[in-house]
Each structure stands twice: as C-alpha cells, then as structure tokens.
Design a binder for this molecule. Sequence first.
Ligand code: GLU
Length: 210
Amino acid sequence: MCGIFGYSGNKQAQKLVIQGLRHLEYRGYDSSGIAMQTPASTILTEKTHGKIKNLEDTLKIHPLSGTTAIGHTRWATHGIPTRENAHPHLNESDELAVVHNGIIENYFDLKKKLQAEGVRFRSETDTEVIVHLVAKYYKGNLENAVRRTLKDLKGTYAIAVIASREPGKIVAAKMDSPLVIGSTKEESYLASDISALLEHTNRVTFIENG
Ligand code: GLU
C-alpha cells in the first residue's frame, strides 16, 4: 500500500504532484508515475521503475503540461515492479486513468470476465481491472461510473480516477486505505497521507469508506 497524490486547480500540476509524491517517499516504493489531463482527447502519462528521480528525469525530457493530474508511488503486490505495472493505468482508449493503493481481492475473476468481453490488458496488476470497469460503465459522468465500479470490487483500496472528457475533475474513493482531500478557494488536493497536504492547506476532509 503506497502513495497517491492528486491536484486540480489553476497551477501547473506536474511540479505539485511530484512534490507531493516526494512527501510520500518515506513509505517505500518501487516505481512511480503521473497522469495528466490535457486539452488533447487522451490522457498523457509518464511512469518509471525505481526512484522518483527517474520520473523527474523523464519529465524533464517530456514535460506534461496541464492543471489536473494524479500521481502514484507503487509498492507492488500483484505483478513485479516494472514500468508497465507502475500506475497510473489507462483504459484501452487512453481516456481514463486510475491510481490505486491496496489490493483488489477479486481481481482475477473480474479480469477473466473483462477479457472474455474482449478487453486487452497491458499490465499484470490487480489495479488495471478498475480502469476497465470504469470504462465499461462510463456514460459521460465519472462519479456514476466509479460508483458503479465500486460495487464490483472486493478488497482494500484508495483510488483516484480522471477522465479526459471531464476537465478539472478527480473522482476519489476508499475502503480501508487512507485518502484525504485538501482544499483552498481555487484548488483541490488529494493525498493518501495528510502530511503531503499541510504545506498547501489545513482545510482537509477525510474520505470515509465507501
Ligand atoms: N496492488 C496494486 C499493485 O500491485 C497497488 C499496490 C500499492 O498499493 O502500491 O499495483
């Protein structure tokens, strides 16, 4: 169970998300990544195996511009630590992205079902089923699609999801894994650990299970 950081506001999100992930580094991790909403019709991601420094080096060459993003530090439970298994995970059309802390206990059954429906997976993680389920239920409203997805999941999770078609929105949910929202007048932050929020705001909301 490792780290999540999200930002939506009027500032460039890349720097804030990396800074946020750095606060969560102390928990240990094997890889990291970021997904950015851009004016393009797809979500852009960068992920790297190893230290956040590797992600930063990649972002120096391929910076991601935008004001809404989610980031993750992974501690692998399902699938070895590789770039492919690092979060965020995208749906097949790259229009939805998810980061996840925890374990989806029924992922194997969900994955078999989705594969039988023709979905192609790109990683070995339990997490990837979440984004394909959101895609399956997505009819233009991300909250509704995530709410429906949660009904299918068994396990522990903190998740954050973005959709390219809904700029400025991050949908988050949790079950037995911490997740906190921080807000200012113009911005929203999301983190799996309150310590990553306090340099930005002390207006925090702890998300409840379900
Ligand atoms: N179970 C997920 C994975 O292995 C998330 C692990 C985590 O909490 O970092 O990718």
